[in-house]
Design a protein around this ligand. Structure first.
Ligand code: PLP
Length: 456
């Protein structure tokens, strides 16, 4: 019996390859404006070709370049910790483990792909990267990564978060990035939205339009765009989370988990932990894989699987995914990172293939769970992460009802030290639950009803 509280891996034990679920779950192609599958050349103004190759790859294992390993080694491997105090507090026979991705410099899993994307851009000769950010996690992760490689970084931050989370902007600036609120007057997409809706809280879809526009209109051609979630290459870079977790579970003496849980915004931290385990499910293991999302943005639990754009200005191709509609403006809940209208095509494909259970949770239950976690295990989690914790507590209570000593693993995707205003609101009783009504969902679906339909 191993009664350790946590398991570290040495630098030498860090995985040297990423796992690509696209090798094992069939995906339908992204479509261009003519409804025909897009070619790599069509994406070339937006992304460097080495990243496009990765985006379209169906290789199962892809080597991690040595220089990226060196950057990841600044904080990886991250610890896997047994949440013994949380287990005791909810009196469950389940064993709960969490993968602590909050130990990265920016405080979340996002630097795992930020350093990889910045490195591939630099290899390709790019000097400047534009991006969007919701809660500010991605903008700070990319600013950090660009600072390591001497690249310029420009971030369009969703207005509501720009106002709610000024410290994230300061982190970006500290790492040398530039951050503006979106919609901004700097782009056509931004100006149009501001004219029609001057008081809009903004959305990730709008910010993405602005960032892509600024990348593709650089007259010198030295700017590209980077996305912090959703795309296949992001899921790929995040797979290091699950691959490390598998090694660590073995050192804890566990053969396999019974339940694997992540919160899902665009899908990347969830996929990062879950996809290497889905690989085992495909090879015959039985693991329940749970994606936890907010009731205010119920992409997996209520939105159809359809072809839709990743952004409001339709600059991205049509992607086969669960989508609330590319014009969707979510309620300004405190989990900024979970307010995206779509879900990663690879996560969506895995849902369609039956590998994933999705659950939607109200924000009060999530904050209550995050606070219980903080008061037992100590770490104050990001509001996004609280969705994974709430789903974990539900599973642990179910294990108690069933009298089973289940092994549950969840992804602690980030800490909440920059999100304390959300906690303050909850603690002072000023946080409301909000469930997106069906008629609003139907209204937004009008914008996608004439899109081509994927076959499953
Ligand atoms: C961005 C973010 C998320 C949501 O994004 P995914 O791509 O779904 O992982 C979740 N948790 C934290 C801490 C984040 O920063």
């Amino acid at each position: 019996m191993n009664a350790s509280k946590k398991v570290f891996l040495s630098d030498a034990e860090m995985p040297r390859q990423w796992y690509n679920l696209a090798a094992d779950v069939p995906m339908q192609p992204h479509l261009g404006p003519d409804s025909q599958p897009i070619t790599p050349e069509m994406l070339a103004p937006v992304f460097p070709m080495n990243i496009i190759d990765q985006e379209m790859s169906t290789e199962r294992w892809i080597d991690i370049p040595d220089e990226i390993m060196g950057m990841l080694a600044r904080w990886r491997p991250t610890p896997l910790v047994r949440a013994t105090a949380l287990e005791a507090a909810i009196d469950t026979p389940a064993k709960i483990y969490y993968k602590n991705e909050s130990v990265s410099p920016a405080g979340s899993h996002k630097p795992n792909t930020a350093v990889a994307q910045a490195w591939y851009n630099k290899q390709f000769g790019i000097k400047r990267i534009t991006t969007e950010t919701g809660a500010g996690q991605w903008g700070s992760a990319l600013s950090f990564a660009c600072s390591l490689l001497g690249l310029e970084c420009k971030v369009f931050m969703v207005r509501v978060s720009f106002d709610q989370k000024p410290f994230r902007k300061m982190m970006m600036q500290t790492w040398g990035g530039t951050c503006v609120p979106s919609p901004s007057p700097e782009t056509n997409a931004g100006r149009q939205i501001l004219q029609e809706f001057p008081d809009t809280p903004g959305s990730l879809g709008i910010a993405i339009s602005e960032a892509i526009e600024q990348a593709v209109t650089d007259p010198k051609g030295e700017t590209r765009y980077a996305l912090g979630s959703v795309l296949n290459h992001v899921m790929l870079h995040q797979s290091i989370i699950g691959l490390e977790t598998k090694e660590q579970l073995k050192k804890f003496g566990e053969r396999q988990p019974d339940v694997v849980i992540g919160c899902a915004g665009g899908g990347s931290n969830f996929a990062g932990l879950a996809f290497p385990f889905i690989h085992d499910v495909i090879n015959g293991d039985k693991i329940k894989v749970v994606a936890a999302e907010p009731t205010s943005c119920p992409t997996l639990t209520k939105a159809p699987f359809t072809y839709d754009h990743g952004d409001v200005a339709k600059m991205t191709p049509l992607m086969p995914m669960h989508s609330l509609g590319h014009t969707f403006i979510p309620a300004p809940i405190h989990s900024g990172g979970l307010r995206y209208h779509g879900m990663a095509p690879l996560v969506s494909a895995a849902v369609q293939a039956g590998f994933i259970d999705a659950v939607a949770l109200h924000q009060k239950e999530c904050f209550e769970s995050g606070i219980l976690f903080a008061r037992t295990e100590g770490i104050i989690p990001a509001p996004e992460t609280n969705h994974a914790i709430a789903a974990t507590i539900r599973e642990a209570k179910l294990a108690k009802e069933e009298g089973k000593e289940k092994v549950i693993v969840f992804n602690l995707s980030g800490h909440g030290m920059m999100d304390l205003l959300g906690y303050e609101k909850y603690l002072s009783g000023n946080l409301e639950d909000y469930e997106l009504p069906m008629e609003v969902i139907e209204r937004y679906q009008n914008v996608i009803k004439n899109h081509p339909q994927p076959t499953q």
